[in-house]
Design a protein around this ligand. Structure first.
Ligand SMILES: [Zn+2]
Length: 246
């Protein structure tokens, strides 16, 4: 049995038997982890309030060979989100991000970029709860990108010509973007404004993206939400379990 230590973001917890919990978290050095916290629901326990969802923790755990479920030994809070626990829309947004991470990430696969991106999104919303929607869009685009499902935003998937500034672009059923000529006008049109906004996510942090797109029109915001929703639905082959309103 080996002992490990890592930073981790708690995504979801389930009660197990009388006194235990299963905790699902995204860790920096071991990717998505599922672990048992024994005795954590007893009045006096070594975990205290550290296992609340969306808490950033320093985690020490045991891992047995060939067992997916690890065993939590010690948990220290690095950042609690207790101050947001009465804000229902923020909690729904956090739960939505947590669910998508669980749906998109294979267990035990290290992805430092995903960990840093997710953490930056949770932090941005914690700092400025009013930026929730913009941060969720940013999160969706980056999750799709990091897991290899975001279409090329700059060139046609068929003829490989760079998209022209005056031309509409179409999303095909295979999740690729094509120029007007190659798509023959079939598929969902993606406006220039949305293309610009999607590319903006690539060069900014979530907090900066939210700041920069605060003045974007309602239609562009809706178009972005519809596009990411459609892409995520096609990747998962179902709708997400939780979907914050937009
Ligand atoms: Zn083309």
């Amino acid at each position: 049995m080996a002992l490990f230590e890592t930073e981790a973001l708690i995504l979801r917890t389930y009660n197990l038997a009388e006194a235990d919990k299963i905790v699902v978290c995204l860790s920096r050095s071991a990717g998505l982890l599922r672990g048992v916290a024994r005795g954590c629901r007893k009045l006096r326990n070594r975990f205290g309030a550290a296992l609340e969802p969306f808490t950033l923790i320093n985690l020490t755990y045991y891992e047995k060979e060939n067992q997916e479920l690890v065993s939590f030994r010690q948990v220290d809070i690095l950042k609690s989100r207790f101050n947001l626990s009465s804000n229902a829309s923020i909690l729904t947004g956090f739960a939505y991000m947590g669910d998508l991470i669980i749906d998109f990430s294979p267990p035990h696969q290290v992805n430092d970029k995903l960990f840093r991106m997710a953490l930056a999104c949770f932090e941005a919303v914690s700092e400025k709860p009013e930026d929730l929607d913009a941060v969720l869009r940013y999160f969706e685009v980056w999750l799709l990108k990091l897991e290899g499902f975001l279409p090329d935003l700059r060139a046609c998937a068929n003829c490989h010509n760079a998209f022209r500034a005056d031309e509409a672009v179409y999303l095909g059923a295979d999740l690729s973007l094509r120029c007007a000529q190659c798509s023959n006008g079939r598929g969902g049109a993606v406006s220039k404004r949305l293309q610009t906004q999607l590319r903006t996510t690539e060069r900014l942090s979530p907090a900066k993206f939210a700041e920069e797109t605060r003045g974007a029109s309602k239609e562009t915001k809706r178009e972005m939400a519809e596009l990411t929703f459609q892409l995520i639905g096609r990747v998962l082959e179902r709708m997400p379990r939780i979907r914050p309103r937009f």
